[in-house]
Design a protein around this ligand. Structure first.
Ligand code: GLN
Length: 475
């Protein structure tokens, strides 16, 4: 497994030797660990690095390699969303974030594995095989951006992008012992992200340090007229890299430490909160009474939006087709044979929740609960600066342990989905280990106060060494 390198070390190395050398060393590492983190490795990466060497190293990420979740359109590369229904599809355009990365001089190494259409918490629902957790190959890397987190943890890239609809950046970051950030809704353009549940999701970075997260956010964040939910408000992430939490007021939501939270996880998170106290912050217990309804509301809304968003995959426009005597037969055969079980389950349930007669009972009700959950956050965050809780209730579970029991898989999202319902920012940082497996501390902030999150996470990282723990050799 290759060394972990952060952006500043990489840039020094690149200016001392070359971007091509760095890219070549990552390309050599990819695949050696056998974790199945990449669905595609870009064969033009070395050429791109060489051209950056020729043009000089001006950009913020000049010559720095990055891996991209396979649901983000990347021109000329496959974008499969971990699904057979997009097998062979090559994106004809770049997502907004990819355009930004290219301007900044980043070198895209390839596309990373994910749960099919980002539906999952374990990366076991990919049509291209499960990704293994570099800390223990018998365990899941988390999901749905499991490939993106695993390749960072395994040293197969210094940086990656994922997307977070209900925890998909934070969960795999927590399970793989790296940092994952879900920005405020509207802070990063979704143009070019294949939608699963668009009212909930944001593209977010994964890295080995908060500092790298801030650099990456300065590159990909900001207004884009092609996303109608993009907000024109500047956030300067790197300016928030300040080691100072004196006077920071932390809220600890009681409901996030409920039933099912592993005792070791709970202890690591409390140790972290006490560390903040030592650093000059204060904490108070807060209550967010609607948290218990958030999971159900999230799944109704996410499945409803998915049923509509995935209607476009009908065998006509993209990917493979299974022929039939008319369009209806062709579309239904294609969808039945190319969508996996979990995707089909969610399309069925979402269609049901939106159908006449049930719409008020399920979808509308879920939207009302969403408002109540959002009000919980507004209330709590008017009393404190940030909230802190476990990202995931347990460390990474075993491959196969939950895959046949979707409900227990959904339950593991209990601490991440409320954040997406509210649209607020949240970061997961490593804060300890249980039986040799990493634990994530989740820090949640006010909408568009992403800077306070970065500052809080940076101060923790500066005063602790949890983020430097790395997995041993995988194979
Ligand atoms: N596990 C959640 C789901 O399956 C979240 C996934 C995500 O954030 N993309 O919907």
């Amino acid at each position: 497994m290759a060394e972990w390198m952060n952006i500043s070390t990489l840039k020094e190395t690149i200016s001392g030797s070359s971007a091509a050398e760095i890219t070549a060393s990552y390309l050599e590492t990819i695949g050696k660990s056998g974790i199945n983190g990449y669905t595609y490795v870009f064969d033009g990466a070395l050429e791109r690095a060489k051209s950056i060497d020729k043009d000089g190293h001006g950009g913020m990420l000049a010559g720095v390699p990055i891996a991209i979740k396979d649901s983000i359109s990347t021109k000329g590369m496959p974008t499969t969303c971990g699904s057979k229904i997009l097998e062979g599809y090559v994106a004809p355009y770049d997502a907004h974030v990819i355009e930004r990365l290219k301007v900044a001089g980043a070198v895209i190494l390839g596309k990373t594995n994910m749960d099919e259409f980002a539906m999952g918490t374990s990366t076991e629902s990919s049509a291209y095989g499960t990704t293994l957790n570099p800390w223990d190959p018998k365990r899941v890397p988390g999901g749905s951006s499991g490939g993106s987190a695993a390749v960072v943890a395994a040293g197969e890239t210094p940086l990656s992008l994922g997307s977070d609809t209900g925890g998909s950046v934070r969960c795999p970051a927590a399970f793989c012992g790296v940092v994952g950030f879900k920005p405020s809704y509207g802070a990063v353009s979704r143009y070019g992200l294949v939608s699963y549940a668009n009212s909930l999701e944001q593209i977010g970075p994964i890295a080995t340090s908060v500092e790298d997260i801030a650099v990456l956010m300065d590159v990909i964040g900001g207004y884009d007229s092609r996303d109608s939910t993009s907000i024109d408000k500047e956030i300067r992430y790197q300016d928030a890299l300040v080691d100072d939490v004196a006077g920071l007021n932390i809220g600890v939501p009681t409901e996030y430490f409920g039933e099912g939270i592993d005792a070791g996880v709970e202890k690591s998170v409390w140790d972290a909160i006490h560390m903040y106290e030592d650093m000059g912050a204060t904490w108070t217990q807060v209550s967010m009474p609607h948290t218990k309804y958030a999971l159900a509301a999230y799944y109704v809304i996410a499945m409803s939006e998915a049923s509509s968003n995935l209607a476009r995959f009908d065998g006509t426009r993209y990917g493979p087709r299974v022929d039939g005597e008319n369009w209806h037969v062709m579309a239904s055969r294609t969808r039945a044979s190319c969508f996996g079980k979990e995707v089909q389950r969610r399309i069925l349930l979402g269609t049901y929740a939106l159908s006449a007669g049930y719409h008020d009972k399920y979808y509308l009700k879920a939207l009302k609960v969403r408002t109540l959950v959002k009000q919980d956050f507004d209330r709590a965050l008017s009393q404190v600066d940030v909230l802190m809780a476990p990202t995931m209730p347990t460390p990474a579970f075993k491959i196969g342990e939950k895959i046949d029991d979707p409900l227990s898989l959904y339950l593991s999202d209990v601490n991440t989905v409320p954040i997406n319902l509210a649209g607020v920012p949240s970061i997961s940082v490593p804060c300890g280990q249980v039986d040799g497996l990493p634990v994530g501390l989740q820090i949640i902030g006010k909408h568009f106060d992403d800077s306070t999150l970065i500052r809080s996470a940076f101060a923790f990282e500066t005063n602790t060494d949890h983020h430097t723990m790395r997995p041993a050799e995988v194979v």
